[in-house]
Design a protein around this ligand. Structure first.
Ligand code: GLA
Length: 498
């Protein structure tokens, strides 16, 4: 045996003893109940028995932790949220992996992996973008859209039957009549494309047109979700390269609203190219033959409020995803402070969907959530299980006087006009010489507030009404006094003399 052969034999033996070298890129596939195969990618680097790297999912990259490779077996974790870690483990050969994914929230699932060639790409080739132009206004949502969306409560656990029940509940609870019109299916409805590129829903939605007919028969409208990337954030088929075709399909199904989520488009385009990418679908929707509300979801990147309308958007997310806690909710609201001037009838800043009724905030916090969204002229898209609502949740979501502030036809977004410690006052100009005044206590203790109208630059107050409690307050007082619970709020309406 020559020296090279000896070296090769030693390497082969050490690979056998230490286990397979796992460094490199892997394509992982997971078959899910709805008939889809979800793809993610693993970038791994092995040193001895330690493995580091990242998992590439539909919306970005997640670092792996606790990675080990021993005797042909790999194990690693992927932290999702604090205290929530996906655990993968299984066998690895030179080119294949057979893993078990343990997801403490969803169960345990087989995942298979195939080693990718070094020059293999995880994204399809880049398609050219259109020249920028101003997309014509579609004339929709002159007041902020109101409705419901499946993501915050159901995530992937939605199907045709659930959406029908939600539609029934929106009618039965009075929410439709309070203004909540759009029933929006979020991520995980998509199936695959046929030979002509036509998108089909997956098993959970056997007949999208029939579902739209049902929702319309209840006096409601149906919304759907897609991505400008090849895959949605949950890993389902996106509209990349099929924008016109999908817009036409959505119109044929009877869809009235599209939420278009950046997700895997980040593997193809830069943030600065977002306007052109969104314009493509904006044009496609205009030419689809059906009025479709266009909701941009790219987490507020590239100052979307400055160009969302030009790309044909009716509303645009301005922040990362909301979660069901007060700090997330207040952070999303506060992020609107400097961008109010970009909101106008037909074009709205969107601090994300409501969490009211999902259980992890106090009633005062949920009331503040609704107060904030109303004063911000934010879309009111409920995100709870409207089939099972407490009286308290109904009262918060359906207070007509609070909704009337949100839906004020002047379409001006409120701004922060006063702040002392944890107390903030936001003022929204309303039609007919009126103003909505929202007072927030962001702190953890009760707060007593005494504020003069003149501190807010307001004079000539003719009437004052407490909108949550439905009663008039004395108009003659020059000062408004209120005691607020931790993270509580009040909302009043002033009529100003002209
Ligand atoms: C992103 C969006 C969410 C939701 C999920 C679905 O995170 O911001 O609102 O649509 O994707 O995967």
């Amino acid at each position: 045996m020559n020296r090279f052969a000896t070296l090769a034999a030693t390497l082969a033996l050490s690979t056998l003893l230490l286990g397979q070298e796992v460094s490199g890129r892997w394509r992982l596939q997971q078959h899910v109940d709805d008939g889809n195969t979800l793809e993610t990618f693993l970038d791994l680097a092995q040193q001895g028995t330690s493995v580091t790297g990242k998992l590439l999912v539909g919306w970005g990259e997640l670092p792996i932790i606790d990675g080990r490779m021993e005797g042909g077996r790999i194990s690693f974790g992927v932290p999702m949220d604090p205290g929530y870690i996906l655990r993968y483990s299984g066998e690895v050969s030179a080119t294949q992996m057979r893993l078990t994914l343990i997801d403490s929230k969803a169960g345990s699932f087989p995942v298979s992996g195939i080693r990718m060639a070094a020059d293999e790409s995880i994204a399809p080739p880049r398609l050219p973008l259109p020249e920028l132009h101003e997309v014509r206004d579609n004339g929709l949502v002159r007041t902020p859209p109101m409705g419901w969306n499946s993501w915050n409560f159901f995530q992937g656990k939605i199907d045709d039957a659930t959406i029908r029940q939600i539609a029934d509940a929106l009618v039965g609870s009075g929410m439709r009549d309070a203004g909540y019109m759009y029933v929006n299916i979020d991520d995980t409805w998509a199936g695959t494309r046929d030979a002509s590129g036509h998108i089909h829903a997956n098993k959970k939605f056997p007949d999208m047109k029939a579902l739209a007919d049902y929702v319309h028969s209840k006096g409601l409208k149906l919304g759907i979700y897609s991505s400008p990337g090849p895959r949605t954030c949950a890993g389902y088929e996106g509209s990349y390269g099929h924008e016109e075709q999908d817009a036409k399909t959505f119109a044929e199904w009877g869809i009235d609203y599209l939420k278009y989520d950046w997700c895997s488009a980040l593997r193809i385009y830069k943030d600065e190219e977002m306007r052109a990418v969104y314009q493509k679908m904006g044009d496609a929707l205009l030419h689809s033959g059906r009025p479709i509300v266009y909701s941009l979801c790219q987490y507020g990147k590239d100052q979307v409020w400055t160009w969302g309308k030009l790309a044909g958007g009716n509303l645009w997310r301005t922040t990362d995803d909301i979660s069901d806690n007060a700090s997330s909710m207040f952070a999303n609201a506060e992020a609107q402070a400097d961008i109010a001037t970009w909101a106008e009838p037909g074009h709205w800043n969107d601090p994300d969907m409501l969490e009211v009724g999902n259980g992890r905030m106090s009633p005062d916090e949920y009331r503040s959530h609704m107060t904030f969204w109303a004063v911000l002229a934010a879309p009111l898209i409920a995100g709870n299980d409207v089939r099972n609502m407490t009286e308290e949740t109904r009262g918060i979501l359906m207070n007509p006087e609070v909704i009337a502030v949100d839906q004020d036809p002047l379409g001006k977004q409120g701004t922060r006009s006063w702040k002392r410690g944890d107390v903030e006052i936001w003022v929204r100009p309303l039609s007919g010489d009126a103003k909505a005044i929202a007072v927030f206590n962001l702190g953890a203790d009760d707060a007593s507030v005494n504020v003069g109208w003149k501190d807010l630059g307001i004079s000539g107050v003719a009437s004052v009404r407490d909108l949550w409690n439905h009663h008039d307050l004395p108009a003659g007082n020059a000062v408004y006094s209120v005691t607020l619970k931790p993270r509580g709020s009040s909302l009043i309406k002033l009529q100003v003399q002209h």
